[in-house]
Design a protein around this ligand. Structure first.
Ligand code: ZN
Ligand code: ZN
Length: 136
């Protein structure tokens, strides 16, 4: 009888130890996969971090056809420094109401996030605009 009791105890001990090792192993795997995720996220952030305006944000900026009647003094595109003609597609910045040729300002926003005229950030991206100032 005593023998079988010892055997049961031994089996329980073996199982507990195995279970502990398995849990410990899973913990390690979990811990390292977390670490890896962090590294991947950081890398992704770096990829997304551009000096220009995000395409999705750019698309939110209003595009209208230039109508001389709404601009009594005419409109000069500050990017190409030429007058905007009737029917030209212009992008109007939401915060400062400055307007530019769509093609011109889209090129500008490849490398900037601020208005070409007043240098106000087009959208709230404080982190990127600070970096942009360093860059300039
Ligand atoms: Zn232009
Ligand atoms: Zn402006």
């Amino acid at each position: 009888m005593g023998n079988s009791m010892d055997l049961t105890k031994h089996t329980i001990f073996m199982w507990t130890r195995t279970a502990f090792i398995i849990i410990f192993f899973f913990f390690l795997v979990y811990y390292f996969s977390k670490q890896c995720q962090h590294t991947t996220e950081d890398t992704n952030n770096h990829v997304h971090e551009r000096h220009g305006l995000d395409d999705t944000l750019l698309k939110t900026i209003r595009v209208i056809q230039f109508d001389p009647k709404s601009f009594k003094d005419g409109l000069q595109c500050a990017v190409c420094l030429s007058d905007v003609k009737e029917g030209d597609e212009i992008r109007v910045l939401p915060k400062c109401d400055h307007a530019f040729h769509m093609e011109c300002v889209d090129l500008w926003f490849n490398s900037h996030t601020t208005c070409p005229v007043c240098r106000n950030p087009v959208v709230d991206q404080p982190e990127i605009s600070v970096k942009l100032q360093d860059y300039n």
